[in-house]
Design a protein around this ligand. Structure first.
Ligand SMILES: [Zn+2]
Length: 408
């Protein structure tokens, strides 16, 4: 017996039982005839077993014997069993996708949803094909993540990207829930938050009027709200308001009051040209006996963060008292209704930003007035007002035509 037919776990080898008709039946080591091949198997400490194979091939018989020998090792046997089980369960990407399509048909009657689903399924299958993935069991988190971060997905708008990924996720989760997959490889790859969630909304003119009416008898609170509205600054920067921040800048013949400060949050400078009456209102703010002279809203002996919180709450109380419960966003929910966000003090900043955009200010200028380093946030938070920007752009161009006309 050869050495490789025996291990610490037992022994196993193949042999030939020659038929009486075989011309080689007397040759002890002759195996390459077509006579039945058998296996001798003995696990250490147990009785030996012999069994015939279905193949007359000596080559195959030896391979089977070698495998059986290895499988006498319980660790190897266990690992092989798992592989076998997995193989039995393998489902092709195509079959898995078909199952999902069937499932969604019974789940929704909306043809739009079904249409989108089938687009997404085609996309998934094309991707799997490109990756050489034949079975859904071979779809891994890493592959999915690379796909979602790749050009095919990032070229979409955030909202589209997010919505489509949610569909891919529900399909993969379905396979997991049905036992086709023994884990959910996509669970950890969350869709990016869509643009729609970042969009901020302004208070309407009516809401602003109602809030101002509410604070009309509290001159300090009224002034505080005025600073928020005119400058669009954060609450903390309004608390730090200093009338000396307003300087008159000569632009040609005009003196333009300009509000200039560094944002506490980022250190980025904000520069806001003010209307004359807004500048007057903000210059006239005076402190109380306790306020530091330069900062009429800042209370000494209180941490800045506490001061901010207190002011924020005061404004919020006025907003509530004015019956303003929410801002309406220009985005829509699933049922096509405008989305809303609960009203709060911070939305005065968004109100100022949107007002500027509506006036036709360029995103670059609005970003500088808000104290942003670039226009990314403006475009992200206020994207729906790009239409207004378009209008402003068109009217400027048309205005230039009009200016040219008499000379022609
Ligand atoms: Zn033979």
């Amino acid at each position: 017996m050869k050495a490789d037919q025996k291990t610490a776990h037992g022994s196993c080898h193949a042999y030939t039982r020659h038929l009486t008709s075989c011309p080689h039946r007397r040759e002890k080591e002759y195996n390459v005839c077509a006579c039945p091949k058998w296996i001798y198997l003995r696990r250490k400490g147990e009785k030996s077993r012999r069994f015939s194979l279905e193949t007359p091939s000596w080559q195959e018989a030896q391979e089977i014997a070698a495998r059986k020998l290895e499988e006498l090792n319980p660790t190897v046997a266990e690992a092989r069993k798992k592989v076998e089980e997995r193989k039995r369960k393998l489902v092709t990407v195509k079959d898995a996708c078909d199952l999902w399509i069937e499932a969604t048909k019974s789940r929704t009657n909306r043809s739009g949803t079904r249409e989108q689903n089938s687009v997404m399924v085609k996309k998934f299958m094309a991707w799997a094909g490109d990756q050489g993935i034949e079975y859904v069991q071979d779809v891994t988190t890493m592959l999915l993540e690379r796909w979602y971060r790749g050009a095919e997905w990032t070229r979409y708008a955030d909202l589209t990207r997010s919505q489509r990924w949610v569909m891919v996720r529900s399909m993969v989760r379905y396979w997991f829930e049905r036992g086709i997959l023994d884990r959910d490889p996509i669970a950890v790859i969350k869709p990016i938050r869509a643009n729609g969630d970042h969009v901020q909304g302004p208070y309407t003119d009516q809401q602003v009027a109602a809030i101002l009416k509410q604070v009309e008898d509290d001159s300090r609170l009224k002034s505080f709200v005025a600073v928020l509205l005119h400058t669009g600054c954060d609450v903390v920067d309004a608390v730090l308001h200093d009338p000396a921040r307003i300087e008159d800048v000569a632009i040609g013949e005009r003196l333009v009051p300009v509000y200039r400060y560094r944002r506490t949050k980022t250190g980025v400078e904000a520069v806001i040209p003010l209307a004359i009456d807004a500048a007057q209102e903000m210059r006239s703010i005076t402190g109380t006996a306790q306020n530091p002279e330069m900062m009429p809203f800042r209370n000494p002996g209180v941490e800045l963060i506490t001061d901010s919180h207190n002011w924020s709450q005061k404004v919020k109380a006025a907003i509530n008292a004015a019956g303003v419960g929410w801002v309406e966003l220009p985005t829509r929910d699933d049922r096509g209704r405008p989305k809303r966000k609960p009203a709060n003090t911070k939305q005065f900043r968004h109100t100022a930003a949107v007002r500027w955009l509506r006036e036709g200010q360029r995103p670059e200028d609005v970003a500088r007035m808000l104290g942003h380093v670039d226009t990314a946030m403006v475009r992200r938070h206020y994207a729906p007002w790009v239409k207004e920007l378009d209008k402003a752009h068109i009217s400027r161009v048309v205005g230039n035509w009009a200016a040219m006309a008499p000379g022609e």
